[in-house]
Unconditional design. Structure first.
Ligand SMILES: NC(=O)c1ccc[n+]([C@@H]2O[C@H](COP(=O)([O-])OP(=O)(O)OC[C@H]3O[C@@H](n4cnc5c(N)ncnc54)[C@H](OP(=O)(O)O)[C@@H]3O)[C@@H](O)[C@H]2O)c1
Length: 258
């Protein structure tokens, strides 16, 4: 197979949660460029604007919805409408997440449920909803966007970290249950990526210089760099890999900053 054929997603339908901006939007754009048909949603996505933008850039109209990934009924409707429209769903990217920040001893039940619902249970539910379509064609890819905080501790990120760690384990168990159907399940353990909006006063949302010093490559990553790894897992390049987590963090997870 030629290198370009290995990353060709023509004929595949990819569903991406949280696709209105950041990493999810970059994945949607790269998958569209690779030829995939898309099903996209987020809480505040404008279906019309999204369809117009993708149609102009890639010549294909995606299905786009406004839906909360934690809302079981809304997500079931997204999958149902996607299957009715395209006839199949081949690739699922569980990207939408709740970025809960609080010291563990002060984390409320509502914050715990928010993290677990969006970051773990929603991914399991979407996987269960999409898997039958993948099983029917004996080919599928489930890509879970986790975090290097699923393995490492950072102050005030306990609930988020625990949910992302659970997502890494969900990846392994789903890989076990779905492998016999030709469905590969892998995760990205993403590090610091520059997707933050600036604050109202124009200041960056995070101290980029301080974060960059903790990364071997001395910079934050870009959403596009994460999307390329998602394409690797969506494509034939990764045909013999399942149940794995790939750290996409500029080396942050392999050293002790002095
Ligand atoms: N950026 C980083 O440094 C970093 C590091 C490690 C891991 N990650 C992971 O990467 C993924 C994407 O993060 P990002 O940085 O790209 O975030 P982002 O720029 O804030 O984008 C998040 C996307 O998810 C959507 N979203 C959020 N909550 C949702 C919900 N409940 N239901 C449906 N859609 C929802 C948002 O749109 P709406 O507001 O319209 O819903 C948006 O499209 C997440 O899983 C995150 O944990 C990011």
């Amino acid at each position: 197979m030629s290198p370009s054929a290995l990353i060709d997603l023509s004929g595949k339908v990819a569903l991406v949660s949280g696709a209105s901006k950041g990493i999810g939007a970059a994945i949607a754009q790269l998958f569209a460029a690779a030829g995939a048909d898309l099903v996209l949603f987020s809480r505040n996505m404008s279906p019309e604007a999204t369809q117009a933008a993708f149609s102009a850039a890639y010549g294909k109209v995606p299905l786009a919805f406004r839906a909360d990934v934690s809302d079981a009924n809304a997500v079931a409707q997204v999958v149902e409408r996607a299957a009715a429209h395209f006839g199949h769903i081949d690739i699922l990217v569980n990207n939408a997440a709740a970025n809960v920040t609080a010291p563990l001893l002060e984390t409320t039940d509502a914050q715990w449920w928010s993290a677990l619902n969006a970051n773990l249970i929603a991914a399991a539910r979407l996987s269960a909803l999409c898997a039958p379509y993948m099983q029917a064609r004996r080919w599928g890819r489930i890509i879970n966007i986790s975090s290097n905080l699923g393995v490492f501790a950072l102050a005030n990120k306990g609930a988020y970290s625990a949910s992302k760690a659970a997502l890494l384990q969900l990846t392994r168990n789903l890989a076990l249950e779905l492998g016999e159907y030709g469905i590969l399940v892998n995760a990205l353990a993403v590090g610091a990526i520059n997707t933050d909006a600036e604050a109202d006063d124009g200041r960056p949302a995070r101290d980029y210089d301080a974060i960059a010093r903790t990364i071997i490559l001395k910079r934050l990553g870009t959403a596009q760099e994460v999307a390329r790894v998602a394409l690797f897992f969506a494509s034939e390049l990764s045909a013999f890999i399942t149940g794995q987590a790939l750290f996409v963090d500029g080396g942050a997870s392999v050293w002790f900053p002095a």
